[in-house]
Design a protein. Sequence first.
Length: 134
Amino acid sequence: MTQDSKVDQIVYSMEVIRQQLDEIEGQIQSLALVIQDLAVTIDFLKNISKVEGNSLIPIGRGLYVEAEVKNKDRVVVSIGSGAYKKSSVEDAIGILEERRSDAAKALENSRKTESDLQQRYSQLEEYLNRVYKK
């Protein structure tokens, strides 16, 4: 393999890594928003018994609806694939906390992947810098 073809291969690898980093950064942002939304919803459910009259009900992504909570003992929870079930507030909190934990693990894994990719990118960049300084 000639020096030029090796450099071309490294440049291509760097482009692929840059694309992967862009994707990972998007995943990290999405996961952070999911975690934030879950935290707001969990907090609301933990305090639902204190709600009187109209209140701002979180519906996700920083959106709220003003409404009166008539039943403070049961909520409807998504169980996936467009299906929902009625659940006690305590059970719903448990489900949401499990989802938040799963999202936090996914966020941690994404950040690790991002760090690994950044390290690999830096190594390739350093190699190119050494090649061109010669």
